[in-house]
Design a protein around this ligand. Sequence first.
Ligand code: DLL
Length: 433
Amino acid sequence: MIWEPKYETMERDQLRQLQLERLQSTLTRVARNVPYYRKAFAEAGIDPDDFRSLSDLSRIPFTTKAVLRDAYPYGFFAVPLREVVRLHASSGTTGKATVVGYTAGDMKKWASLVARVLVAGGVTREDVVQIAFHFGLFTGGFGFQQGAEALGAALVPASSGNTRRQIAIMQDFKTSVLVCTPGYALHLARVMEEMGVNANALNLRHGLFGAESWSEAARTQIEDRLKLTATDNYGVSEVMGPGVAGECLERSGLHISEDHFLVEVVDPATGEPVAEGEEGELVITTLAKEAFPLIRFRTGDRTRLLPGTCPCGRTLARMARVSGRVDDMLILRGVNVFPGQVESILLEIEGTTPQWRVVLDSEGGLDRATVELEVDENFVFDRMADQQRFLDTVKKRLTSGLGVGFDVRMTEHGSLSQEEGGKSRRVLDRRGA
Ligand code: DLL
C-alpha cells in the first residue's frame, strides 16, 4: 500500500515543477521573515522572484547547525510564536540544542509524512504499534505517534526505558509493530532472551528503526531475534523529525519525500555537488514547512542517491542507508574510518554484539584506537587461549578491513549498553584530554 499515491508516485517532471513552485514560495517567505536569510540572500545577490530553476539553488549559501545554534531559541522562526503549536529540540549532543517549531499546518503534514513511512514499512490500520522512542523534546516519540494515529493504527506510547515492562506490554497488548532505535531493539531482544520470552510467541510483524546508524548485520540480528521485518527510516529534527525518508519493503534504499524535501549530496570539504550516485554529505531544503523552513541545511550525514526505479511503484528518489556522519569520521594515521564500517566488520564475527565503541587515545603524539566490545553472553570461552584467539581475529579483521591498526578489548557485559531508548555513543575521543 502507498499512503499518498498522488505524491509518492508522481511523474518526475511534475514533481520537479511542484518542487520549484514550493521552493519559490519558501524562499520568498524566509527572505521576508527570517533576518539571517534576508541578509544572506542580499549578500549573494539573490532575489527570490528571479528564481527560475532548481539548479539556481547552488547560489544560495548553506545553513549550518552552528548558525542555528547562534540564533537560539527562536531566531530562525518564520512565523510569530502565536502561530506555533508545538516545540521540539534537536538532541544537541554537542553544545546547545536547536529549538524547532511547528504550526498547525506543519503538524498535519508531519503526521502524513510519518504515515507514509509507516505504510512503506508494512504497517496498516489493523496494527498495534508500540513506540519505544522517548516522548519529549526528541522528535521520535511524538512524531511517530502522530503518524500512527493519522494512519488509524492502535498506538501504544510506551516511550523509552523500563524494558521488562515494554516486553510485558508486547505480550499483553499483542503488539505487531515495534518502533524504536535499532540499538534499543537489540537491547529488547537480549532482555527478552534473559526473561525466557520466546519471540515466536509474540505478535510482532514489522519493526521500523531509525535515529541512529545501523548496519545490515545489525538488521539481520534484529530480524532473527525479534522475528519481524525491519526497515530503516531517517529524519532530522531541524528538518522536521522522523518522516523525511524511509525504506519500503523492498529494503533497497530509503524513499525521500521529495515533494517536501529537496535534497542535494555535496562533497563535505568543498560544498560542491558530488558526481551522480557518489557518496557525500546530505543537504536538505524544506519545501512546505511554515514555522521553521530551512534552506540548504547541512545534515552532516553521509549517503548517496540510488539510481533506477523501485519496484514498489513509488517514484520518489531513494537514498542509501546513512553510512556515518561527516563529523564522526575518525582519521587514524591518515586513514578515514567510519563507525558504520567498524560495526559491519565486527558483526560478521561470531560472538560479537552491537555493543561496542572506539576509544581514541594519544600516545606520544600517535593516535591509538581501541575497540571495546561486549561479547555475546552465550559465547563462552573454555580456555584463556580461546579468548585470545577471538581477540586476535577481531583485531586482524579490523586491521585488514580498514587499513589501520586497532587494539581490541572485551568489556564487561552490560557496560556499554546505551541508555535505555537513547542513542549509542560510538566514539570516545580522549586524544585532547
Ligand atoms: O533522530 C529524528 C528521528 C527520530 C529519525 C526517529 C528517525 C526516527 P535528531 O535527534 O535531530 O533527529 O538526530 C538526527 O540522527 O542527522 C543522523 O545523524 C541520525 N539519524 C537519524 N536517522 C538515521 C538513520 C532524529 N536511519 C540525526 N540512520 C541525523 C542513520 C540516522 N542515522
